[in-house]
Structures are given as C-alpha cells and as structure tokens.
Write a new protein. Structure first.
Length: 106
C-alpha cells in the first residue's frame, strides 16, 4: 500500500474504532438504564391504578396522555441532530455499529 493511501486510512480506521467502542459503551448503558426506567414507570403506573381503584386518588389519564404526546413531540425535534451525525460519518458509523452491539449485549 502506498504511503498516501496509508495517510488517508489511518485516521479513518482510528475514528471507526474509537466510535465503535464509544457506541458499544453507550448502547450497553442505554439498554440497562431503559430497563430500569421501564420498571420504575411500570410500578408507578401500577401504583396509581391501584390507588385509583381504591378511591384514594383520581388520575387525569387524558393529561397523562397529553404529557406523553408532548414528550414524543420533543423527541421528534431531535431529528435535526442527525445532520451533525452525518457530518462526522466515519466516527458515527463506528458508533452506530458499536451502539447496536452494545444494545444486543445489554
């Protein structure tokens, strides 16, 4: 391989490797945190349902639904951040692959 080709490939391989390792760590952590958050939300909702059936509280489920729709709308606004990821494609490519592996492992 020529010296010029090596000078182009070395930073690319480094970015892919580092991005992959970081993505792996993020994916693994996200999956673990998501499981904990899902358990907490589920137990909280179960508690609200129980207290409502006993007549101790009244839950505005339409308000809860509206709050959920607002939260999902804010997530949709984050799609603009995809352009930043695409600008750093080699690093992002490695990070996305690592993220996928980390989510599988978690």
């Amino acid at each position: 391989m020529s010296e010029q080709a090596t000078s182009y490939l070395t930073p690319l391989i480094t970015q892919l490797g580092v991005g992959g390792i970081i993505g792996l760590c993020i994916g693994y952590a996200l999956k673990k945190v998501a499981k904990i958050v899902a358990a907490i939300i589920g137990l909280f909702t179960l508690g609200l349902l129980y207290l409502q059936t006993k007549g101790l509280i009244t839950v505005d489920w339409l308000g809860v639904e509206a709050w959920g729709n607002t939260a999902l709308g804010q997530l949709a606004q984050m799609e603009g951040d995809l352009g930043v990821v695409l600008a750093n494609l080699p690093f992002a490519g490695g990070a996305i692959v690592g993220l996928g592996i980390g989510l599988k492992m978690g």
